[in-house]
Ligand binder design. Structure first.
Ligand SMILES: Cc1ncc(COP(=O)(O)O)c(C=O)c1O
Length: 392
């Protein structure tokens, strides 16, 4: 069955504003069902959790429902879902609790800075996995040398947020586990682009952010609850010491958490199907991935054939994310030109700090990023290519 792109697009009120939204890698738009879920939570009445009255019970149910939804999305356990404001904040919290001076951490230059700096700043010794700057691949072989008996954590991305590279995380995780190390997998970019099975990836921790997949600005890190039991983060004396609660500081954004659940339900329902939500998610996200793959083939081929365009990376397994420069124009100028034509793209290093450094373009403003998500269509691609062609 072809991906029902018209029906999917009609779920998103913002997509009617005439712009081609190719900035999804920096945050997607939200469907009406998510907007309704958030406003309905406020309208119905919510309280802080743990109280004796119904509005408090509703918040408790929202949190429980949200953990179940995120667990379904990534193939994890609901009791291991840690919720928070965003991935960066949660990763800082976890990194400090997991690693420290005397440990070694293996980081990759493919990663977004949010899966780099929280680890370097623990005081652990850092060992770097390098990227091939031409292909944009992260070769697995180097990990055999990098991982040793002092390795506490191997932090690696499931997909680069600029080149789209999907490294062989399962193979890297196997090497890490053989040495008794933990894996911290950044799924913030990857989650939006296809089915996720964190166990198959070998992810001890899998981080994701709902605003990259149609939800509100909420982050989550998912782990086996038994593993979380072994870790003691900084926390208030007065807050619960149970798992996963002890990893969550302060009061949650309850209404937004209801929006996260609605976003997962939306993803599960993009393609009509039956069965448990996890099954429907796998089917729906596989269909979305194929839809993106088909559109992206035209997008990347179009950019690569333009003589005035330099495309970075050519990874074998990738998300539908292109990163390129246009001769004679800064990335910002290209983005402004495209914005004038109603095409939203991002420009800059996009926090891929190490990677843009390795590509040698960080100090010159990085490049332009155009990415597809499930709600993009062929006209979005055409408008991008026509706009870039005009700069030749
Ligand atoms: C791959 C990747 N990792 C981490 C982050 C940081 O996520 P958050 O904004 O939830 O802190 C981003 C955000 O752009 C990202 O693309």
């Amino acid at each position: 069955m072809p991906f029902p792109i018209k029906a999917v697009r009609s779920a998103y009120p913002a997509l009617t504003d005439g712009f081609a939204y190719l900035d999804g890698a920096a945050g997607t738009q939200t469907p009406q069902t998510v907007i309704d879920a958030i406003s309905s939570a406020y309208r119905t009445g919510i309280g802080n959790v743990g109280g004796a009255f119904p509005a408090s019970h509703r918040s408790g149910a929202i949190v429980t429902g949200c953990r179940a939804a995120v667990a379904d999305l990534v193939g994890g356990h609901p009791d291991g879902v840690i919720l928070g404001p965003n991935m960066t904040t949660l990763t800082y919290r976890l990194a400090r609790a997991i690693a420290g001076p005397g440990d070694e951490v293996v980081l990759s230059r493919l990663d977004h800075d949010a899966n780099v700096r929280p680890w370097t700043q623990t005081g652990a010794t850092v060992r770097w996995a390098e990227v091939d700057p031409v292909t944009g691949e992260l070769p697995v072989d180097q990990y055999a040398e990098l991982i040793g008996e002092r390795t506490r954590v191997v932090a690696v991305t499931a997909a680069s947020n600029i080149l789209g590279t999907r490294p062989d995380v399962a193979a890297i995780a196997e090497l890490a586990h053989r040495a008794g190390a933990l894996t911290y997998v950044d799924g913030v970019h990857a989650t939006a682009h296809g089915p996720v099975d964190m166990r198959a990836l070998g992810a001890d921790f899998y981080a994701t952010s709902a605003y990259k997949w149609a939800g509100p600005h909420i982050g989550a890190v998912v782990a086996d609850p038994a593993l979380l039991e072994t870790i003691s983060p900084d926390k208030l004396a007065s807050s619960p010491d149970t798992v996963p609660h002890r990893f969550e500081t302060g009061t949650a954004a309850f209404a937004d958490l209801e929006g996260v659940t609605a976003a997962v339900d939306h993803l599960a329902a993009m393609v009509p199907g039956t069965g448990a939500r996890r099954e429907r998610l796998l089917t729906s996200m596989a269909a979305a991935e194929e839809h993106e793959r088909e559109l992206f083939a035209g997008l990347i081929a179009g950019l690569e054939t333009m003589p005035h365009v330099t495309v970075y990376g050519k990874p074998a397994r990738r998300t539908a994310t292109a990163y390129f420069n246009v001769a004679g124009h800064t990335p910002r100028q290209v983005a402004a030109h495209l914005a004038g034509l109603g095409v939203n793209v991002w420009n800059g290093h996009n926090y891929a700090w190490e990677l843009t450094g390795a590509l040698g373009i960080r100090d010159s403003g990085g490049a332009v990023r155009a990415g597809l998500v499930h709600y993009n269509d062929a006209s979005d691609v055409d408008r991008l290519l026509e706009g870039v062609a005009r700069l030749g």
